[in-house]
Design a protein around this ligand. Structure first.
Ligand SMILES: Cc1cc2nc3c(=O)[nH]c(=O)nc-3n(C[C@H](O)[C@H](O)[C@H](O)COP(=O)(O)OP(=O)(O)OC[C@H]3O[C@@H](n4cnc5c(N)ncnc54)[C@H](O)[C@@H]3O)c2cc1C
Length: 388
C-alpha cells in the first residue's frame, strides 16, 4: 500500500518561524547588506527560539528533531525573506561530533552548542589551491606528543569570525603514503578562542553578498591531541555523512528563496499594468513564472525524499545531491525570472529583488558546485567513467 503524506508538515514550526521572521523585514537585511554586518539580532532570536539546536539530541540539551524538521525551519526562514546563512552551520556542523566524537567531547561541547553559548558554525574544508579536489588538500596536522601542529591555509571558511569552534579537515598522513587518497585525512574541533593570534589568523573576504566568509591561515598552530574527532585518518569519511545533511538543508534554503521570489514575481505581474494590461497577461511573463513554480514543486519532492531517507537511516547520497542540484537551479530560475518580471525596478534596492538575487546565486556553487553534483550522479548513479 502506498501513502502520500504531503502538505505543510510541521505546521506549528512553520508558524513559529514565520512569527520570528516578521520581526526582521527586508529593511533590516538591506541595512546589514550595505554595511556588510553580521545579523546578530536575527541569530540571537533564532538561538533563543531553540531552532538552531533542532538536530541535537535531547540528552545533550537539543530538541532531538529529525532532519525534515530542520529542513522546514530553514525553508520557512528563506521563504519569509530572511537568511539563515549566517548561522545554519550551527545546526549541522556538530553532526560530525555527534556521530564520531567521544562521549567526553559530546558532553563537553554539545550542551553549549545547543544553548548557543558556544558557536560551532565554521567548517574549514576548501583550500585555495585545490578547491573541489578535497582529498588533495594541503593543510597538515602533524602529531607531536600530546599535540598536533597545524600548517596550511583554508579559504571560504564562513563565519570563522563569529565562531568559538571550527571543524577542520587536515591531512595527517601524506597523500603518497596512503592506499586511497580519501585516507589519511582527519577532523579536528579547533577552539578558535585559544588559537587566534597564536598560529591562527583569520582574514575576512569581501564578497558580492553579505556572507561573513574568511581565509584562515595556520602557521605552526598547536592544538591538543584530544581535538581529534573520531579515528585519525578517517576524517574524509567522517564528514561525508554530514555533507548529505548539509545538502538537504541548503536545498531547503534554496527552495525557500525560490518561493520568496515566486510570490513576489506573481504579485508584481498581477499589479503592474503596462499597455493597459497587467503584465502577467503576457505569456512571456506568465510562462516563466509557471515554469518556476513547476520546477520548485519538483525540487521540493526531492528535498522531502532526501530528508525522509536520511531520517530513516538509509543511504541518501543520491537524493541529497539531486535535491541540492534541483533546488539551487529552481531557485536561481525563479529569482532570475522574478528579476525580469520587475523590469527596471528589480535594480532598485528598496524592492529587495537585486539583493536576494545576488544571494541565491551562491547555492549553485556552494557548498558543492553543481558540476560536482552531476559528476556524482554520472559516476555513482549511472556508472559512467570518471572524467578526472
Ligand atoms: C560565499 C562562499 C561561502 C563558502 N563557505 C564555505 C565554508 O564555510 N567552508 C568551506 O570549506 N568551503 C566553503 N565554500 C567553498 C565552496 O564549497 C567552493 O567554492 C566550491 O566547493 C567550489 O570550489 P572552488 O571555488 O575551489 O572551485 P573549483 O574547484 O576551482 O571549480 C571551479 C569550477 O570548475 C568546475 N569544475 C572543477 N572540477 C570539475 C570537474 N572535474 N568536472 C566538472 N567541473 C569541474 C566547478 O564545478 C566550478 O564551476 C564557500 C564558497 C563561497 C563562495
Amino acid at each position: 500500500m502506498t501513502s502520500l503524506d504531503y502538505g505543510n508538515d510541521y505546521a506549528d514550526i512553520r508558524d513559529q518561524v514565520r512569527r520570528i521572521c516578521a520581526g526582521f523585514p527586508g529593511s533590516y537585511w538591506q541595512a546589514l547588506d550595505e554595511k556588510a554586518e553580521y545579523p546578530h539580532a536575527f541569530v540571537d532570536a533564532l538561538t533563543e527560539s531553540g531552532y538552531l539546536a533542532a538536530l541535537i539530541p535531547e540528552t545533550y540539551g537539543g530538541a532531538g528533531l529529525p532532519l525534515r524538521a530542520a529542513s522546514v525551519i530553514l525553508e520557512t526562514i528563506h521563504a519569509n525573506g530572511c537568511s539563515a546563512a549566517a548561522c545554519h552551520a550551527q545546526m549541522y556542523t556538530m553532526g560530525t561530533v555527534l556521530r564520531y566524537g567521544s562521549e567526553a567531547q559530546k558532553r563537553k561541547y554539545l550542551p553549549g552548542i545547543a544553548s548557543g553559548e558556544l558557536r560551532l558554525q565554521a567548517f574549514g574544508v576548501t583550500e585555495p589551491t585545490t578547491g573541489s579536489d578535497t582529498t588533495q588538500l594541503k593543510t597538515r596536522a602533524d602529531r607531536q606528543g600530546d599535540t598536533y601542529v597545524v600548517n596550511g591555509q583554508k579559504i571560504w571558511t564562513s563565519r570563522a569570525l563569529q565562531s568559538d569552534l571550527m571543524l577542520l579537515l587536515a591531512r595527517t598522513t601524506p597523500v603518497d603514503q596512503v592506499k586511497k587518497r580519501t585516507e589519511g585525512l582527519s577532523t579536528f574541533l579547533v577552539d578558535l578562542r585559544e588559537v587566534r593570534g597564536k598560529g591562527c589568523e583569520i582574514r575576512p573576504i569581501k564578497t558580492m553578498i553579505n556572507h561573513n566568509t574568511t581565509e584562515v591561515f595556520f602557521d605552526n598552530m598547536v592544538i591538543p591531541a584530544d581535538a581529534l574527532v573520531g579515528v585519525e585518518g578517517r576524517g574524509f569519511q567522517n564528514i561525508l555523512a554530514g555533507m548529505n545533511a548539509e545538502r538537504v538543508l541548503i536545498a531547503s534554503e534554496a527552495l525557500g528563496d525560490g518561493r520568496y521570489f515566486l510570490e513576489r514575481g506573481v504579485a508584481y505581474a498581477k499589479e503592474r499594468s503596462v499597455f493597459g494590461n497587467p503584465i502577467g497577461r503576457n505569456q512571456g511573463i506568465a510562462f516563466p513564472l509557471a515554469t518556476a513554480y513547476a520546477q520548485l514543486e519538483a525540487a521540493e519532492m526531492m528535498v522531502r525524499k532526501a530528508a525522509a531517507l536520511y531520517d530513516a537511516g538509509q543511504d541518501c547520497g543520491e537524493a541529497a545531491n539531486i535535491a541540492k542540484y534541483l533546488a539551487s537551479e529552481a531557485a536561481w530560475y525563479a529569482a532570475d525570472q522574478t528579476f525580469q518580471t520587475f523590469g527596471g525596478f528589480a535594480f532598485a534596492r528598496e524592492y529587495h529583488i537585486e539583493r536576494k538575487w545576488r544571494e541565491v546565486r551562491l547555492w549553485r556553487t556552494a557548498p558543492i558546485s553543481n558540476n560536482m553534483v552531476l559528476n556524482f550522479v554520472a559516476q555513482n548513479v549511472l556508472g559512467l567513467p570518471r572524467s578526472y
